[in-house]
Design a protein around this ligand. Structure first.
Ligand code: FES
Length: 230
């Protein structure tokens, strides 16, 4: 597979093609335990193609080792494939509009600082930092649940990602998180359906999401189960 693409294999892994860089990033926090930050902790050797586990049972995570053949979880894709904006809740402020699809929440918790992205957008204030924090919170959201739009221009305010993938370790919650897909990499469902091309997407890798292939934060619950492989 030369093209940069993630192909979902029925009842199996994510087949990643096109020599896409793969890294490991962790969610960490500042010295006051307040500001959440992304920090890269490893780069994996580049491979033309590889398979990433989506059942959460591989002993060679984040790569597939065939354990899905005996996995207990159901890997059927159930996510709505309508465009994000067509199904998002719209929060309008004076200068910003926030689009929100809660079902896509990957529990990164970047959006809760300083009252949360929603209130920061809604609240009238002369504080120049307010919009800056709201934009940062939306842009740090790995799943792209939150998309910020400049009200005047109608343009999305997005981080400039190159096509790349990171497996997430959530140091704050003490659990492994989703597969963070950046830079508009096409994701193809097991039946050939093409998901909306987006700058930020979080894919489930614990096998427990109720919105597959996307993460819905269920890995937080997996921490308390006996599945330690992801
Ligand atoms: S998808 Fe193959 S081991 Fe998990």
């Amino acid at each position: 597979m030369k093209e940069k693409r993630i192909k979902i294999i029925k009842d199996g892994p994510y087949l990643v093609g096109g020599n896409i860089p793969l890294a490991k990033e962790k969610i960490t926090e500042d010295e006051k335990g307040y500001l959440l930050k992304w920090e890269k902790i490893a780069d994996f050797p580049k491979q033309e193609t590889h398979s990433l586990c989506r059942c959460g049972e591989s002993k060679n995570a984040p790569f597939c080792d065939g354990a899905h053949m005996k996995a207990s979880c159901d890997l059927i894709e159930t996510a709505d494939n309508a465009s994000l904006k067509s199904r998002a809740e719209k929060i309008e402020g004076e200068e910003l509009v926030l689009f929100d699809v809660p079902k896509l929440c990957a529990a990164g918790h970047f959006c809760t600082r300083a009252g949360g992205a929603w209130d920061l957008v809604r609240t009238k204030s002369d504080d120049p930092e307010k919009n800056k924090i709201a934009i940062q919170e939306a842009c740090d959201c790995p799943s792209g649940r939150l998309v910020m739009v400049d009200k005047k221009t109608g343009q999305e305010i997005e981080p400039g990602f190159e096509p790349s993938i990171s497996v997430v370790e959530d140091e704050v919650a003490g659990v492994s998180g989703p597969i963070w897909v950046k830079g508009k990499i096409q994701i193809e469902g097991s039946d050939g359906t093409l998901y909306e091309l987006r700058n930020r997407v979080a894919l489930c890798r614990c096998g427990q999401s109720n919105n597959k292939p996307f993460c819905d934060g269920s890995h937080i619950a997996v921490r308390f189960s006996d599945n330690q492989n992801i």
